[in-house]
Write a protein that binds this ligand. Structure first.
Ligand SMILES: [Zn+2]
Length: 308
């Protein structure tokens, strides 16, 4: 009995919350609100429709209201259908980010994005683009593909001497400016070489202090500094990954479900272009994308749309 009562409360809560969303959009009166909430207790199916309809209306707005509905709804003792409902309606954003291109491997990422019809993000290195006509051609392929966004990963990649590079924030900053000009980048979005630092809007998170001042300077000059939530490493020669597709997929799914990513409902994967030189590496990525695509509420997004 207790379980049924609790379940009814949850459904009532869902129905009322849904109605609140409808009210926001349609300005409907209080009388209607009362009727619908009573109905939702008596007829679960009706409230399901109400919830789904109202979610469709706010879906594109990426409002917090859906998140709040989930937070207010206790999963304890609630039927699986409710969990499935909340899991399938709330939009969640997946950002596949590929660093260090253009490199051998970039050309396959361009093809995979097109074949799968998903948006991907390339954090490019200026010096790699200048290294050869072939690599510059890969940059052009990225830039001509509407499913690929190109961002700034510095010009020299700190010559892989990160502490030295970040010890002078001004020269580090100028290195990013050089990459921006050299690559003709449209967006002021950067990822720091060798550092998982976030600085978007007024929120920041720093993994190693030595990059903090550079991130600060970039932020002051209108750049968004992007880190990552999880990483995938695949051997470029053997195609052997550090995590299986299923392990990584589960990790990403859990970050979204538990709300433990840097920004709730958004998960950023870091991986590198040169890990997809082999057919094996390409297959792994393709399989990961297929796994993520099983969720109708998962959307592959550009980093420029990452919430502030
Ligand atoms: Zn890098």
């Amino acid at each position: 009995m207790g379980k049924i009562f609790k379940s009814s409360l949850v459904w009532m809560s869902l129905g009322m919350t849904a109605l609140g969303l409808v009210s926001c959009n349609q300005n409907s009166g209080k009388k209607e609100e009362k009727n619908v909430s009573v109905d939702s207790v008596q007829q679960k199916n009706d409230s399901l429709v109400v919830v789904q309809n109202s979610i469709t209306k706010v879906d594109s707005l990426r409002k917090d209201s859906i998140t709040k509905m989930e937070e207010n709804t206790s999963y304890t003792g609630v039927k699986d259908t409710t969990v499935l409902l909340t899991d399938s309606i709330s939009p969640r954003y997946v950002y596949l980010t590929f660093d260090d291109g253009p490199l051998n491997g970039s050309q396959y990422l361009d093809s995979i994005a097109t074949a799968k019809g998903i948006k991907i993000n390339a954090f490019l290195i200026g010096a790699h683009d200048k290294m050869s006509k072939k690599l510059h051609g890969f940059t052009e392929r990225y830039k001509n593909n509407p499913l690929v966004d190109c961002y700034n990963h510095s010009y020299w990649h700190a010559h892989d001497k990160y502490t030295t590079f970040y010890s002078n924030p001004q020269t580090a900053f100028e290195d990013f400016e050089l990459a921006e000009q050299s690559l003709g980048l449209q967006h002021k979005i950067v990822r720091l070489p060798g550092r998982n630092i976030w600085y978007v809007g007024d929120r920041k998170k720093v993994d190693l202090k030595s990059g903090a001042s550079t991130a600060e300077l970039l932020h002051q000059n209108g750049y968004k500094v992007m880190g990552w939530d999880c990483e995938w490493k695949i051997n470029g020669v053997t195609g052997k990954p550090d995590l299986t597709v299923n392990q990584l997929y589960t990790q990403m799914k859990n970050l979204l479900r538990k709300g433990t990513s840097y920004t709730k409902n958004n998960v950023v994967l870091l991986t590198h272009d040169n890990m997809y030189q082999t057919k094996k590496g390409q297959k792994l990525l393709s399989d990961l994308i297929d796994s993520l695509k099983q969720h109708p509420n998962y959307r592959f997004e550009f980093m420029r749309n990452y919430p502030k």
